[in-house]
Design a protein around this ligand. Structure first.
Ligand SMILES: *Cc1c(COP(=O)(O)O)cnc(C)c1O
Length: 409
């Protein structure tokens, strides 16, 4: 570890030192739990004081494959020795392989790689609008995209502009027009919202950040049918729900729905590198011609190589099946915990939410003290989303900690 001298001349070593340093020099746009992680392997992370914790957040499902997966690490190192960045001014030999593999995974024709999730969402929005004008014949400047209350699609100005969460928006306007915000889970609201100018519906099949809100059975199918019959693109933001988290490759698979556009990110590169992608048809992604969209780092050989191995790991270790099997058992065990402050337990695969009648923060802090890391989402929900490689024994251990915390309060 590199030691950095602090104000008093001594190097920071303890958690308290690093927290003070970050509070002084870093912007305060997060309210993290006060654990300072210095290394991790699989499902476990270790803090600078030498204490270990079971990670039940997985960096918001970006490390579905587990921390520092040895195969992905080997690819990262190997590719970093060869070539890391070419820009799209030139071609590299990893990008075509990445595009082929991601397209085939999704049963789609075409892939546009970006870096962060928010960039992929932005790319999907641009594709949908252009598709609306060029293919659907929407009059210029009038394209509308339907979005949903409690959505989370990232933090760019356009995206926060159609958020329903005041703290994501306040003070960041003026916002991009062209979005219609309706209730999630209400098919009649969607039917009423679609007009001849609607080019797309942008939806998380499960609203994770909103507190793991699962729509009523049949809703995704009904949304897909409604989109099809109105010539509207169904764009599924599977950045968090995709790649096995919910016990299927994609959350849309639970209703055998194939959206027109998949938006992927997070676990696409196993937590090693920001890699995102928009995956769709030639008809949709074909609206982009040279010069119409781009990214310096999007499609770089390091990211593509890492993502390819991350996907191979998902398949070779059967992580989707693990998520389904372990998740069903784990959710049932969590649901068997009885406590007056537990309002409901819900989930799919290895994503389980415990909704409380009270704020969840103090419960997450108590769990941290016992060596289990999770984070409240939307105040009242404890989100449990351990890496998909987590062993049954480790999950049993997590259940012991959960029971202990609910037994004492
Ligand atoms: C995390 C997330 C994003 C944004 O991804 P970033 O990489 O943080 O920009 C978008 N949509 C969903 C559903 C997410 O969970």
């Amino acid at each position: 570890m590199t030691a950095v001298a602090n104000d008093t001349g001594s190097a920071p070593t303890t958690s308290a030192d690093f927290i003070a340093l970050e509070d002084e020099w870093g912007a305060h746009n997060y309210h993290p739990l006060d654990i300072v992680i210095e290394r991790a392997a699989g499902s476990w992370v270790y803090d600078v004081d030498g204490k270990r914790y079971l990670d039940c957040l997985s960096a918001y499902s970006a490390v579905n494959q587990g921390h520092c997966h040895p195969r992905i690490l080997a690819t990262m190192v190997e590719q970093a020795h060869r070539v890391t960045l070419t820009s799209r001014a030139f071609r590299n030999e990893q990008l075509p392989l990445f595009c082929e593999e991601v397209a085939q995974l999704c049963g789609m024709e075409s892939v546009l790689p970006m870096n962060t999730g928010a960039e992929a969402v932005e790319t999907a929005i641009k594709a949908a609008r252009r598709w609306g004008y060029e293919k659907k014949g929407i009059p210029d400047g009038l394209a509308e995209i339907v979005v949903f209350e409690n959505n989370f699609h990232g933090r760019t100005t356009t995206i926060v502009g159609f958020s329903s969460e005041p703290s994501y928006r306040a003070g960041f306007g003026p916002f991009t027009p062209g979005f219609k915000l309706i209730r999630f889970g209400d098919i009649d609201a969607l039917r009423a919202a679609i007009t001849p100018n609607t080019c797309a519906v942008l939806m998380e099949p499960i609203q994770c950040e909103a507190g793991i809100l699962i729509p009523p059975d049949g809703y995704l199918r009904a949304v897909s049918d409604l989109c099809r019959s109105n010539n509207v693109l169904f764009m599924a933001d599977e950045i968090q729900t995709g790649l096995g988290r919910t016990g299927r490759m994609f959350a849309c698979d639970h209703e055998d729905v194939k959206p027109d556009v998949y938006i992927l990110g997070k676990a696409l590169a196993g937590g090693f590198y920001p890699v995102s992608a928009v995956v769709s048809s030639h008809e949709v992604l074909g609206v982009f011609k040279p010069g119409t969209h781009g990214s310096t780092f999007g499609g770089n050989p390091l990211g593509c190589a890492v993502a390819r191995t991350a996907l191979h790991v998902l398949e070779d270790e059967q992580l989707v099946e693990r998520s389904a099997e372990l998740g069903a058992w784990f959710k049932a065990e969590v649901a068997s915990i009885k406590h007056p402050q537990i309002k409901s337990v819900r989930g799919r695969g290895l994503m389980v939410g415990i909704e409380l009648h009270v704020p969840a923060r103090s419960y997450c802090e108590a769990l941290m003290d016992l060596g289990m890391l999770c984070k409240e989402t939307h105040d009242h929900v404890i989100r449990l989303s351990p890496p998909l490689v987590t062993s049954r024994e480790d999950l049993e251990w997590a259940l012991v900690q959960l029971r202990a915390v609910f037994a004492r309060s």
